[in-house]
Design a protein around this ligand. Structure first.
Ligand code: SF4
Length: 361
């Protein structure tokens, strides 16, 4: 197999005494024999090192509204060039992108795209940012970092959509190259991470605190509410209390609706009433910006001033309406600041989703 060279080749691995090579970006710590792939499928032992077999390859590109990531406080209304690769380091039974995350055919199906080609494409299409999404960029860290560097060199920002399941050193490297991140907090129960995702909660909480306290990346958090599994009042209460205490009240939290998929097809979709109840609980616990997603709920998707209660950004799905922020991101009604990365005017991309081809298959 020929793996394209990376500006930042894989270096999070070591050779334990048992003759295998251990991959170290994420807490799975896969120990691999020659030729063997890790759980994420895309990192493989080739010789006495770990290779990222999907470097320079993508499962597809699409220009999305930034609100789709979801990021509601980061350059609202602007287009973001989104892409992913294949594989994942968690094994969530409810995965909404399982065709990509569980892919075993990426080497023959993927588009080719160098970091420079992706950054150039973002500029030419008027995208303000590039997002690593669809599958978790932690497993293609070196590719994501090179793309982020190429983007930043052209004035395009880098956005990570991730489950935050990674170790301390790669965490520091990865987020140093990001301008914004939406991190999944899939549940506030270790048992959920263990039984439903085949992972652990603690590394995710560490990532959230790290991004908020040790980086300049803008942070938002998403929790997909799954009926009976993580939608109880007690859990939502604990989760939002933890966020208010450890991340502060200004970090936006998105409660999004589950749709039956992958190995969890026996549960119903999340009712709108559940999303609204969760939003109420989290707001009562002090979070300023709590959103509902994957549903029709303009009130739950608009941004409201935490000081005066006035509407700052009207949203209906991914479409923006009223804009009541001044040039410096303050409430036009009362002058209170709104946390986030804002410009004088919102973008005009709207709700469009535009697939694009960058490279040859
Ligand atoms: S990145 Fe992939 S191969 Fe490496 S430890 Fe995590 S799951 Fe295993």
């Amino acid at each position: 197999m020929t793996v394209p060279p990376a500006a930042h080749p894989p270096r999070y691995w070591h050779a334990p005494p048992d003759g295998r090579v251990q991959c170290d970006p994420c807490p799975r710590a896969c120990r691999l024999h020659e030729g063997q792939r890790g759980l994420c499928f895309v990192r493989q032992r080739l010789g006495d090192a770990i290779a990222l077999t999907t470097y320079g390859r993508s499962s597809g590109f699409c220009v999305d509204p930034i609100e789709k990531k979801p990021l509601d406080h980061f350059l609202p209304g602007t287009p973001v060039l989104s892409f992913g690769t294949a594989g994942c380091n968690l094994a969530c039974r409810f995965c909404q992108n399982w065709d990509i995350t569980r892919s075993r055919a990426v080497d023959t199906l993927a588009d080719r795209a160098s970091p420079e080609a992706i950054a150039d494409a973002a500029v030419s299409m008027g995208c303000r940012s590039v997002a690593f999404t669809y599958n978790d960029p932690v497993i293609f860290l070196e590719y994501a970092v090179d793309v982020a560097d190429a983007c930043r060199a052209r004035g395009v920002r880098a956005v990570a959509v991730t489950a935050g399941y990674l170790e301390a050193a790669p965490r520091a490297e990865f987020f140093a190259h990001m301008d914004a991140a939406n991190v999944d907090l899939k549940s506030f129960r270790e048992s959920f991470y263990r039984d439903i995702c085949a992972g652990h909660l603690a590394p995710v909480l560490e990532t959230l605190e790290y991004v908020r306290k040790a980086t300049t990346a803008w942070l938002e958090v998403t929790t997909l509410l799954i009926p009976t599994l993580n939608d109880g009042d007690d859990e939502i209460d604990e989760l939002s209390r933890w966020m208010a205490e450890h991340l502060g009240p200004e970090v936006p939290l998105h409660f999004t609706a589950f749709h039956p998929d992958w190995k969890l097809r026996d549960l119903p979709p999340t009712p709108l009433a559940t999303l609204r109840r969760a939003r109420d609980v989290a707001r009562r616990n002090g979070l300023h910006h709590v959103y509902t997603g994957n549903c029709v709920d303009p009130d739950g998707q608009s941004t409201w001033c935490p000081a005066c209660g006035g509407r700052l950004i009207e949203r209906d799905g991914y479409s923006l309406g009223e804009w009541a922020l001044d040039d410096s991101g303050r409430c036009a009604h009362c002058g209170a600041p709104c946390a986030g990365v804002f410009e004088a005017r919102p973008g005009r991309w709207g709700a469009r989703r535009m697939p694009v081809r960058l490279g040859s298959p």
